[in-house]
Design a binder for this molecule. Structure first.
Ligand SMILES: O=C(O)COP(=O)(O)O
Ligand SMILES: [Mg+2]
Length: 236
C-alpha cells in the first residue's frame, strides 16, 4: 500500500534561530543585597537611616539615577547634595558583587539554551561597569554575545533603543524573545514589539496580573522548554 504523498514528503522543518535577550537584576541575578549595601554605605555618610531589602527592590528597575533620586527623596537628603550622593554611590557600585547570587537554575538554563543554539544578550538598566563585574564574578559573561547596559546609550529602558541594540547585536532573523522581571521590561518589550516572558520572582512592583506579558514563569529552568515550543510553532 502506498502512503499518501503528504506522508512521504513531510520532512521536519528547521526550527527558527533563537535570539533571547535577558534583563539582569531581578531576572537572572538577585543583586538587591549588594545594591542595598552600597546604598546604606552612602546613606551612612549623610547620617541617614538604612534601606530595607524590600525598599531597595522597590527602588530598582530604572537604573542608578532613578534609584538614587528615590533614595534621596525617601531620606530627605538636601537637593544640593544629590550629585555627590550619586558620585559616592557609583564609586562603590562597580565592585559590589559578593552578595549577589544567580536565581536558582539560571546558569544551567543559559547553558542549555546556548547548547540549543540560542544567541543571547543582556539588556540591563544597571551601568556597564557593575554589570560586567558581576557577570565576571558569577562566570556568566561567557554566555552572552553582548551586554547593553544602562549607560551604553543616551536612553534607558523602557525606551526600546537598548532592546533594539541588543537584538541587532544578535543579528539576523529568527524568533526573538525578551525575558524580564518588571513593569519596565514589559513596557520595553511592548514598545520594541518583541514577545515578552515575565519572570515572576523578581522585583516587580505591582500585582502579577497587571503586568502585560506573552508568557510567565516562576522557575527559570522552565524557559528552554517554553522556547523550544515557541520555536517549533514559529517553524510552522
Ligand atoms: O539597575 C536597575 O535599576 C535595574 O536593572 P535591570 O534593568 O537589570 O533590572
Ligand atoms: Mg530587572
Amino acid at each position: 500500500m502506498t502512503r499518501p504523498p503528504s506522508d512521504q514528503t513531510a520532512a521536519p522543518r528547521r526550527p527558527a534561530p533563537l535570539r533571547v535577550v535577558f534583563d539582569l537584576d531581578g531576572t537572572l541575578i538577585d543583586s538587591a543585597p549588594d545594591v542595598r549595601s552600597v546604598a546604606n554605605a552612602v546613606l551612612d555618610l549623610w547620617n541617614a537611616a538604612p534601606l530595607t531589602l524590600e525598599r531597595t527592590r522597590d527602588f530598582m528597575g530604572e537604573g542608578v539615577p532613578t534609584f538614587v533620586a528615590r533614595m534621596c527623596r525617601q531620606r530627605e537628603l538636601p537637593i544640593a547634595d544629590h550629585d555627590a550622593v550619586m558620585a559616592e554611590f557609583l564609586a562603590r557600585y562597580d565592585d559590589a558583587v559578593t552578595l549577589t547570587e544567580p536565581y536558582p537554575g539560571a546558569i544551567r538554563m543559559l547553558e542549555d539554551l546556548r547548547a540549543a543554539g540560542a544567541a543571547m544578550a543582556v539588556c540591563t538598566n544597571k551601568p556597564l561597569a557593575p554589570t560586567r563585574a558581576v557577570l565576571r564574578h558569577l562566570d556568566m559573561e561567557r554566555l552572552f554575545v553582548t551586554v547593553i547596559a544602562g549607560d551604553s546609550l543616551p536612553t534607558r529602558k523602557p525606551d526600546p533603543a537598548m532592546l533594539h541594540a541588543a537584538f541587532a547585536a544578535l543579528g539576523g532573523d529568527g524568533l526573538r524573545i525578551y525575558v524580564g522581571d518588571s513593569e519596565t521590561d514589559a513596557e520595553t518589550a511592548r514598545r520594541a514589539e518583541v514577545p515578552f516572558v515575565l519572570f515572576t520572582e523578581g522585583y516587580r512592583k505591582g500585582p502579577l496580573d497587571q503586568v502585560p506579558r506573552d508568557h510567565a514563569l516562576s522557575d527559570l529552568a522552565a524557559l528552554p522548554d517554553l522556547l523550544a515550543q515557541l520555536r517549533q510553532a514559529a517553524a510552522g
